[in-house]
Design a protein around this ligand. Structure first.
Ligand code: SF4
Length: 390
């Protein structure tokens, strides 16, 4: 084991969370290894919410960063979706009892000789005991706004299934199958659930091993696509991704009227544009990091812009009114104020919840907007493109 992998929980092996991408672009495994980790607000929030979910499941006191009301509500919705999965399993298996086995546990897939091929970390693993049978249930939370593949089609979940089966085997437990659930509280609808019987577990094992082995081949090919490249950290340095961006620049020169493009060509152009945008953001991110580190002659980071926000309006009014009582009147000052609706939502939700423990963030928001309709205005942004399939 080299020094780097000693600090890597994945021990330099492919991880189930990347299997969706690795199945599309095996070469991205080697490419990403050479790229630094990228931080983002979404990733930090995901880590925080996963930790909070763990606390909700285990009942341990929460000692981490306080969550916003929306984040708490999101986790509560994830728990309700999990309850929905349990109810669904119970309908098929009356009398089912669920025991939490572990949370956020990373395990490695190993062959008979102990050689590891890949690892995966489930968010929650349950044992499901029924009067005549028993099962395992593995759950994965997804807190993003983009809907991920359904449980049946999800490569990450599929790769977790053999890991659960191996754990059962090591614990000398025998079950009749594995339920695998994707829980996405920011996406409408119930959780997505798939059931793996012995044959499906075997297939999942073969398919996942094939993905892991292909990815570990140092000469693995790279295939660029919007789906594969979306979250790949290698975008900024990947020849295939750059070539696709060039293709995006050429697409409109064949026939110079958008109206002459077929729907398929328009879809292709749209996908290229999305990939190009992601590529540009990745290149910009890496460039900024280098400029900040003083590695690019002729460039330096300019100072950030400083903004000023009044956080104590009543104090600000008193101070100004004392100076200019004729000009800064209460009415004139109120005309300069805007109420932070996010903060107000939070405040009102706390009050609504105290009055009715079943109040949700959504119901409190709707109530507040109705009450304040004549004192504010609503604006709706233009919608975004959503692929609905055919
Ligand atoms: S940027 Fe795209 S093509 Fe390049 S390695 Fe990543 S997923 Fe593969």
């Amino acid at each position: 084991m080299d020094i780097l992998s000693a600090y890597d929980p994945r021990q330099g092996l492919p991880s189930a969370s990347a299997f969706g991408r690795l199945a599309l672009c095996p070469g991205s495994f080697t490419m990403e290894k050479a790229c630094p980790d990228e931080s983002s607000d979404a990733a930090s929030e995901g880590t925080l919410l996963h930790a909070y979910m763990e606390q909700l499941l285990t009942g341990e006191p929460w000692e981490g960063t306080p969550l916003t009301a929306e984040q708490v509500e999101l986790c509560e919705r994830a728990m309700r979706l999990l309850d929905g999965v349990k109810e669904m399993i119970e309908r098929d298996n009356p009398g089912a009892v669920f025991h939490l086995v572990s949370t956020e546990e990373r395990v490695f897939y190993r062959n008979l000789f102990g050689t590891a091929y890949y690892s995966g970390q489930w968010d929650a693993l349950f044992e499901v005991n029924c009067p005549d049978s028993s099962f395992m249930m593995v759950a994965d939370w997804k807190f993003g706004r983009v809907e991920v593949d359904s449980a049946e089609a999800n490569r990450q979940l599929e790769a977790l299934v053999p890991l659960v089966a191996q754990k059962e085997h090591n614990d000398n437990a025998i079950h009749q199958g594995i339920y695998a659930a994707i829980i996405q509280p920011r996406v409408a609808g119930p959780a997505s659930v798939a059931f793996y019987d012995a044959e499906a577990i075997d297939q999942a094992e073969q398919r996942s091993l094939a993905v892991a082995k292909a990815a570990m081949d140092p000469d693995a090919p790279r295939y660029c696509s919007e789906e594969a490249c979306r979250y790949c950290r290698a975008k900024a340095v990947c020849h295939e991704a750059a070539a696709m961006v060039q293709q995006a620049a050429l697409i409109a020169t064949d026939r110079d009227k958008w109206e002459l493009f077929s729907p398929d060509e328009k879809i292709q152009a749209y996908r290229l544009a999305k990939t190009a945008k992601k590529w540009a953001a990745a290149a910009e991110y890496r460039f900024e990091q280098d400029v900040a580190a003083g590695l690019i002659p002729g460039f330096e980071m300019g100072p950030g812009r400083t903004s000023f926000t009044v956080t104590d309006p009543s104090g600000a009014f008193s101070a100004l009114n004392a100076e200019f009582p004729e000009v800064v009147t209460a009415e004139a000052f109120a005309g300069c104020c805007k109420v932070g609706i996010t903060e107000l939502d939070k405040l009102v939700h706390e009050a609504c919840k105290a009055a009715n423990p079943k109040a949700t963030t959504k119901s409190s928001r709707e109530w507040l907007r109705q009450l304040l309709a004549e004192y504010g205005e609503s604006k709706t942004t233009k919608g975004s493109v959503k692929e609905i399939g055919q």
